[in-house]
Design a protein around this ligand. Structure first.
Ligand SMILES: NC(=O)c1ccc[n+]([C@@H]2O[C@H](COP(=O)([O-])OP(=O)(O)OC[C@H]3O[C@@H](n4cnc5c(N)ncnc54)[C@H](OP(=O)(O)O)[C@@H]3O)[C@@H](O)[C@H]2O)c1
Ligand SMILES: Cc1cc2nc3c(=O)[nH]c(=O)nc-3n(C[C@H](O)[C@H](O)[C@H](O)COP(=O)(O)O)c2cc1C
Length: 548
């Protein structure tokens, strides 16, 4: 008979290994250490909690086992009283931390707590929140401070009058430095006549908050948050508003802590599965990047499209519903891509523009970024990638991080980075890459790399999705792909692109042929069966079609 503690340990271990196997791709069958410990527990129940700790450290990485978690686990050893639900709770915490660890906040992941407060209630809360989150604090200070008389409500005083006037915008003294560096904004205000004070509207209208997450909170005598937060949404177009929370006066730090814990702010977006049902032919769904911005999952590749062909292809693609364009300094067509966007009539802000710095630009990336903006003729670049690993790549990435803070770039990524390169690169940068663009097609499937990136919350994008110019005819006439295409009444290209999307891989097929473009964005009225996905999976030859 197993003792209770051993039994708990066994269960904990089994679940740890199972859960970690799912999260970290180290399957119980193939991880030698995992198999050994799991087997030992199974056979004789002799594994002690200290061993459990060891396994845990091995599987999820030593850095996520904090001293207090280690103590909690060790406690189980001493008193043997902890029950399974407690053990599972600890486990959930550990795995939760481990799972979100790669999605570090730093640089662009910063949080700002903004508040307006006249009598100190909201201020106390805001200070707790900033302290708990390690975020920055910003007080909205009116240029013309509110006197006691101004605040006396139902007297027709200043506050009453402003609340009655939807166009009132009391001026703010000072401003937030580098708003671009913040992903998440906690916005605190007192309830004034069931609404947020008008100065909150002034604040929201003063910044471009698109792509940021805003979490409102308020204090009041008795009113709830009601419609006060919803009524602010239109003032920050493109922001992701979370549900708000009302507090009374005399709130404890603990209460704020538990509210913030429930917000799950570090939750890593799942970028491995796309909401394909949300797409329709001619309108691709989006994936939310770890930068908070949304990116369409089908785009136009522009490699080798030059001059008017490029301008016309970009315009034609946008007119057919494409909303993402991939270019690069090296393609020599950034200017034409910009022209194509303008020619299409589609508003610039509706188009997701990706460009890349080439290794010969890494030495002076600051200038190269400005040059890209100028050639494209845009105020900001949606996504900038480093084209290949190379000398000064970290310095170039840091220049791109600064450009994010300056509002010149919104999201960052890499191209032609594989697992080894990522392992060396990631610890050296602050903003986690949102996207990696690598060669991927049925003959070069890269499943291991895709899984690795997905686990890190990084979107995977396929270049040469159709095999690349010179290779696509072989791929498009592959008998397996042709057979599947026939079964669905689709083209071979559509089957390949749909296979990518079902694998959680974004596609950027290149084309100057409008009919092909229409085909390439008509991927949402059919789906491949599990068996067909498996058949496609078996086509892998590990056959790279280009050197980088
Ligand atoms: N980061 C990197 O290192 C890197 C490297 C290479 C490429 N890329 C990016 O990836 C993009 C895609 O690669 P790619 O354009 O070279 O190759 P690709 O997308 O694999 O193939 C493009 C070729 O396929 C044809 N095609 C497109 N749609 C078709 C359809 N529905 N039916 C039949 N043929 C079709 C195109 O011809 P038509 O013009 O006649 O349609 C073109 O010849 C590039 O444009 C570039 O943006 C990045
Ligand atoms: C002009 C004005 C209007 C107010 N309206 C309401 C209200 O509609 N409902 C409510 O519960 N409290 C109302 N209050 C009370 C404040 O919401 C409450 O005292 C708040 O916690 C003050 O926050 P502060 O100390 O951060 O300024 C109002 C206060 C003022 C000054």
């Amino acid at each position: 008979m197993m003792k209770k503690t051993e039994k708990i340990t066994g269960i904990v271990l089994a679940v740890i290994l199972l859960v970690c196997g799912c999260f970290f791709g180290c399957s119980i069958e193939t991880s030698a250490t995992g198999t050994m410990y799991y087997g030992d527990v199974d056979r004789n129940g002799q594994v002690a909690v200290s061993d459990a700790l060891l396994v845990l450290k091995h599987v999820v990485g030593a850095q996520v086992i904090t001293d207090s978690l280690a103590l909690q686990l060790a406690d189980m050893n001493h008193d043997g009283e902890q029950d399974v639900s407690d053990a599972l709770l600890i486990l959930k915490t550990v795995v939760g931390i481990a799972k979100r660890e790669p999605y570090r906040s730093g640089g662009q992941g910063k949080t700002l707590v903004v508040y307006f407060s006249c009598t100190g209630t909201t201020e106390t809360l805001a200070k707790y929140a900033a302290d708990i989150l390690g975020g920055d604090l910003y007080e909205i200070v009116p240029e013309d401070p509110y006197t006691e008389e101004d605040l006396a409500y139902y007297t027709g005083g200043r506050a009453d009058r402003e609340q009655n006037d939807p166009s009132a915008r009391p001026a703010i003294s000072g401003q937030v430095d580098n708003m671009e560096q913040y992903d998440t904004i906690l916005l605190g205000y007192p309830i004034w006549h069931s609404q947020a004070p008008r100065i909150i509207s002034t604040f929201l209208e003063s910044y471009d908050l698109a792509g940021k997450t805003i979490i409102p909170f308020c204090t009041s005598h008795s009113s709830g948050i009601g419609s006060s937060a919803d009524n602010l949404h239109h003032l920050a177009p493109g922001a992701n508003w979370r549900e708000g929370r009302r507090f009374g006066s005399g709130v404890s730090r603990q209460e704020v802590e538990s509210w913030i814990a429930g917000l799950d702010l570090n939750k890593m977006p799942d970028v491995s599965v796309f909401d394909l049902a949300a797409g329709e032919n001619g309108k691709a769904p989006v994936v939310t990047l770890n930068s908070g911005y949304e990116m369409p999952i089908v785009g136009l590749g522009t490699y080798s499209l030059l001059d008017d062909v490029c301008v016309d292809s970009v315009a034609a693609a946008l007119q057919r519903g494409f909303r993402m364009i991939d270019t690069a300094y090296m393609y020599g067509n950034e200017k034409e891509v910009g022209e194509g966007i303008r020619k299409s009539g589609v508003p610039r802000e509706d188009v997701f523009v990706i460009t890349k710095l080439y290794p010969n630009q890494y030495g002076d990336a600051v200038e190269a970024i400005d040059m890209a903006l100028e050639k494209l003729g845009v105020d900001y670049i949606d996504m900038m990638l480093l084209h290949h690993p190379g000398d000064n790549d970290v310095a170039a990435y840091k220049a791109m991080e600064q450009a994010v803070a300056d509002g010149k770039i919104r999201s960052l990524g890499l191209s032609n980075w594989y697992i080894e390169e990522m392992e060396a690169f990631l610890p050296q940068v602050d903003i986690p890459p949102a996207l990696v663009q690598n060669e991927i097609h049925p003959y070069y499937q890269e499943s291991e790399v895709i899984d690795y990136m997905h686990q890190k919350g990084i979107v995977m994008q396929a270049w040469y999705p159709l095999g690349g110019r010179g290779h696509q005819s072989e791929l498009l006439s592959d008998p397996v792909i042709e057979k599947i295409a026939q079964a669905h009444g689709k083209s071979a290209a559509q089957v390949i692109l749909r296979w990518d999307l079902q694998n959680g891989v974004v596609v950027i097929p290149g084309s100057s042929n409008p009919d092909h473009m229409t085909e390439n964005i008509s991927l949402f009225d059919f789906s491949l069966t599990e068996e067909e996905m498996a058949e496609m999976g078996r086509l892998n030859r590990n056959e790279k079609h280009d050197w980088y």
